[in-house]
Design a protein around this ligand. Sequence first.
Ligand code: CA2
Length: 147
Amino acid sequence: MTSAGNLLVLNGPNLNLLGLREPAIYGTATLDDVEQLCLRVGDELGYSVECIQSNHEGDLIDAIHAAREGCDGIVINAGAYTHTSVALRDALSAVPVPAIEVHLSNVHAREEFRHHSLLSPVVSAVIVGAGVNGYRLAIEQLAWLRK
Ligand code: CA2
């Protein structure tokens, strides 16, 4: 298959703990499971996928900036930075690459402070509450946008 392009899957703070704690909220899949899923789904759709997880805001911003060169789509679960980071929002705004925001949990059914995302206004779509399948849906949506 000809390459459909390159995707970046970004996971933010504490998502390295996936599957190790709070399975009732976040499920039992580990970060490695999520990344393997993204690589597999990306491959099925002809994408080369790079997965990055960081607990540091600046690292996430640097990765978004780097996506200016040769990246065709970003899947981002910014974790708690979703609700706080003007800097991440500005980075996403500055990079002309379609981005999809993913949350494993249904943030709207949780604490009030999780109901508001600073990122949602600057991304192409938002997927919440679908668990790890949200990453698959996001990659499929990025493929659909390319058509
Ligand atoms: O539902 C999501 O995907 C979140 O982005 C997860 C963030 C949370 O702050 C957002 O409001 C919603 C938290 C990620 C922390 O992940 C953990 C996983 C296992 C154990 C502890 C934390």
